[in-house]
Ligand binder design. Structure first.
Ligand code: WQD
Length: 323
């Protein structure tokens, strides 16, 4: 099969590329390399350097004949989306519509969207299933919800089948160490903790120790990126076989606290990792955990690598090389 990965040079995209390439599919990477890394592009991929806002070049690439398009090109800093919404509507919403239009013009019938748990907002019940109300608390989450809405119209009007994959907290690295690119200036917990362990930053700030959770720190559902990648392969196969659109959560189904992440990284790395408690980060819920029942039912998918030890070990094996 021929699979076009838009945003395929990013952290998740490179792992998705690896999964398709491992089973012998031809992978095309379309990326503007604003955050994506050339070092992670597999040798046998077709590489197209371009922006999703450059409709002419984008459509030229989409016209090259693809069985499926996977859209991972988005701005994802939730905090920044509240200060610079214009950037997010342009890149995330307009850029996605450009992709859908390209698929409609050049008859690409399967579209996989990298969506987010951010579409749900503050949880009303746990674990969060796909029927949970969608009330995003930040503009980033709203852009993902809006893209899902556009996709639904393109499905109805143009026959494009889509899989909207709502990721919880993506984490970990390829267990064989094939992907080595580190995120620049990360804000997410695990890379921040890793940087502190590797001596790249002084300490970890723990945002809140008074949540209603067992140790008082925030609890999230961390899903290993290799598991995420596997879900993309299954989603493409599902769309091509069933010709029906789906929306599914991708999470491990269990929560880990900030302190569990820090303590496991201390254990695995043997480093002290100074941590300082500060106030809560605005907009952070106490606990987010996914129900991934639907992904299991429809895709036969379940998390295989998303236990705490695998997530931390596979990440530390990359970061330790920087020490
Ligand atoms: C995890 C926990 C923090 C950093 C974000 C996006 C979301 C999705 C995944 C893409 C929380 C705490 C964090 C730090 C800390 N992205 N923390 N110190 O906020 O759950 O989700 O990434 O779709 O949309 O919002 O992830 O890694 O930032 O935080 O204490 O320096 O770690 O308070 O409890 P989050 P995170």
């Amino acid at each position: 099969m021929r699979i076009l990965l838009v945003g395929g040079a990013g952290y998740i995209g490179t792992h998705v590329a690896l999964a398709f390439s491992k089973r012998g599919d031809t992978v095309g990477i379309y990326d503007n390399f604003s955050t994506g890394l050339k070092q992670n592009i597999l040798r046998d991929s077709e590489v197209y350097e371009g922006d999703i806002l450059d409709n002419e070049y984008l459509h030229e690439v989409i016209s090259k004949g693809w069985d499926a398009l996977i859209h991972l090109a988005a701005l994802k800093a939730a905090g920044e989306s509240m200060v610079n919404p214009e950037m997010f509507s342009l890149n995330n919403i307009s850029g996605s519509v450009n992709l859908m239009t390209g698929c409609s013009l050049y008859d690409v019938k399967a579209f996989v969207l990298s969506s987010s748990a951010a579409v749900y907002g503050e949880p009303e019940y746990l674990p969060i299933d796909e029927d949970h109300p969608t009330r995003p608390e930040n503009y980033y989450g709203y852009t993902k919800l809006s893209i899902e809405g556009h996709l639904d119209w393109y499905h109805r009007l143009k026959g494009i089948c889509y899989a909207s994959l709502r990721y919880f907290n993506a984490a970990g690295y390829d267990p064989h160490g094939l992907m080595t690119g580190l995120e620049k200036e990360p804000a997410n917990l695990i890379p921040v903790v890793m940087e502190a362990a590797a001596g790249m930053r002084e300490k970890v700030l723990v945002f809140g120790d008074d949540y209603n959770t067992p140790d008082g720190t925030g609890v999230r559902d961390y899903i290993h990126v290799t598991d995420l990648a596997d879900a993309h392969v299954r989603a493409v196969d599902y769309l091509l076989a069933e010709q029906q659109s789906i929306t599914v959560n991708l999470g491990s189904g269990h929560g880990l606290s900030v302190m569990e992440i820090i303590n496991e990284t201390r254990r695995v790395s043997g480093k002290e990792i100074p941590a300082e408690f500060t106030g809560r980060r605005p907009g952070d819920p106490a606990k987010l955990v996914a129900s991934s029942k639907r992904a299991k039912q429809l895709l036969g998918w379940c998390a295989q690598h998303s236990d705490l030890e695998s997530i931390i070990k596979t990440t530390w094996q990359i970061y330790r090389k920087t020490t």
